[in-house]
Design a protein around this ligand. Structure first.
Ligand code: SAM
Length: 149
């Protein structure tokens, strides 16, 4: 809101401290009812989607990798369904590398896809973010009246 956003809507499985000007839903993003609810609360197509979802870790590296990939792919799929043309998608990039399917989806849907390390991220940390900008618009527009599949 401080940077001039018209509306901010978020979702988390856990309770989140209230943020001035933002509406935070406590829900499971992978519940099919959740994405349409987010759009309804926002009141229109978003310009930016930021994904920082991460499941609880099990300690089994491959299982943890598959679970986080699943969440990021679900968020990216949502982004390419609902973003306003010209919009952007940001997600934490995961340690084991992106799947080919995710990168293909982003590269065909956005003008530019790159890895970035924000200033706020500690230099010693290996964390990186995936930044996709210049959304080209939905490849298959939704039938009129349908907001999200
Ligand atoms: C790394 S934390 C980030 C939280 C927040 N962005 C922050 O900086 O405090 C990951 C968050 O993803 C949430 N999460 C995991 N799976 C989720 C799901 N299916 N739907 C919604 N939120 C989920 C967790 O509850 C957790 O709060």
């Amino acid at each position: 809101m401080e940077r001039g956003a018209g509306a901010v809507v978020g979702v988390d499985l856990l309770p989140v401290e209230p943020l001035a000007g933002a509406t935070i839903l406590q829900a499971d993003f992978t519940d099919p009812a959740c994405p349409p609810r987010l759009i309804e609360l926002l009141g229109g197509a978003p310009d930016l989607i930021v994904c920082d979802m991460a499941p609880n870790t099990t300690g089994h590296r491959q299982t943890d990798h598959l679970r986080i990939v699943g969440l990021v792919e679900a968020a990216a799929d949502f982004a390419v369904q609902v973003l306003r043309p010209g919009g952007a998608f940001v997600s934490k990039a995961f340690q084991g590398g992106e799947t080919a399917a995710l990168l293909k989806l982003l590269k065909q849907s956005f003008a530019k896809v790159r890895h970035v390390k924000p200033k706020a991220s500690r230099a010693q940390s290996s964390e990186l973010y995936l930044l996709a900008t210049g959304f080209k618009g939905r490849i298959n527009p939704l039938p009129s009246g349908e907001r999200f599949r």
